[in-house]
Design a protein around this ligand. Structure first.
Ligand SMILES: NC(=O)c1ccc[n+]([C@@H]2O[C@H](COP(=O)([O-])OP(=O)(O)OC[C@H]3O[C@@H](n4cnc5c(N)ncnc54)[C@H](O)[C@@H]3O)[C@@H](O)[C@H]2O)c1
Length: 263
């Protein structure tokens, strides 16, 4: 049983997406006060525990917006215990057809986002972490694409590999500076969200599969555990990593992939 997050304040980016929504709800259910953030002007109608959360419009590629978001959380709550970088995009394209603009946009959301957010939040999270038994906690949702390669994903793999090492370097630096902030990454494989539907559609368009249905049918057996992940599988791993139960996890990569990369 993972401990309660009562009294903790959490910021979750990408909170209107398939995985971010469930992470935000899961942290709220564990007792955290959740601030959800996404690029959209307003939040969709959330139900359950997440309905109690506040919402911030935040483009994670915008440094000023990050500074404003953290200043507002400091003013409203005076602390930030948990930061989960979930916002991300995927470009599914052959290398030869990938434009520099697509490459840069993907890097901006997937890499600049965690960089700018971690930079903006570090002082407040160090202040908050100083009074916690195991410090405050940052989690970046990377991917198995940050560990292994995949066709049509050259830029995505580069971006997810970049944040894996960014997290480890932040962990080393925060410890060297005696700032009590734990930093870890999570590496999911296929998770049932709109992102996977889009990836399958692109594989069909590029001639890898005859139909989206057949592409999706191949996903479950590709995972030794026999199914793709549900967003809650990733949310449970986040909830563990940000809790005091994971107080000794720092600079680590938690692979949540149903055995996909163990083959
Ligand atoms: N779905 C999967 O199979 C899978 C697997 C491994 C890793 N991931 C990663 O998990 C994360 C969430 O993926 P998902 O499946 O929920 O995708 P999703 O498309 O459902 O959600 C992504 C969210 O990010 C938001 N976003 C995009 N650009 C933004 C910006 N500039 N500023 C703020 N928010 C922005 C979108 O609005 C959306 O709400 C991503 O980082 C993705 O790379 C997903």
């Amino acid at each position: 049983m993972i401990g309660s997050l009562d009294g903790r304040v959490a910021l979750v980016t990408g909170c209107t997406g398939g995985i971010g929504n469930v992470i935000a709800a899961s942290l709220a259910e564990a007792g955290a006060t959740v601030v959800g953030a996404d690029v959209a002007a307003s939040a969709p109608d959330f139900t359950g525990a997440i309905a109690r959360s506040s919402y911030l419009q935040l483009d994670v590629t915008d440094e000023q917006a990050w500074q404003g978001a953290i200043a507002r959380i400091d003013a409203d709550h005076g602390r930030l215990d948990i930061l989960v970088h979930v916002a991300g995009i995927v470009v599914v394209e052959r290398l030869a057809n990938t434009s520099l603009e697509q490459w840069r946009r993907q890097m901006a959301v997937n890499v600049d986002g965690p960089f700018l957010g971690t930079k903006a939040a570090a002082d407040l999270m160090a202040r908050t972490g100083a009074d916690l038994p195991h410090g405050s906690a940052i989690v970046i949702i990377s991917s198995v694409a940050g560990l292994i390669g995949s066709p049509l994903h050259t830029g995505y793999c580069a971006s997810k590999g970049a944040v894996r090492l960014f997290a480890k370097a932040c962990a080393m630096e925060f410890s060297a500076l005696k700032q009590k902030i734990r930093v870890n990454t999570i590496h999911p494989s296929g998770v049932k969200t709109g992102m996977v539907d889009h990836i399958m559609q692109r594989f069909v368009e590029e001639g890898f599969f005859p139909s989206v249905e057949e592409a999706l049918a191949g996903m479950a057996p590709a995972h030794p555990i026999g199914r793709m992940a549900d967003p809650i599988d990733i949310a449970k791993a986040v909830r563990f990593l940000v809790s005091d139960e994971a107080g000794y996890m720092h600079g680590s990569e938690l692979v949540v992939d149903g055995g996909y990369t163990a083959q």
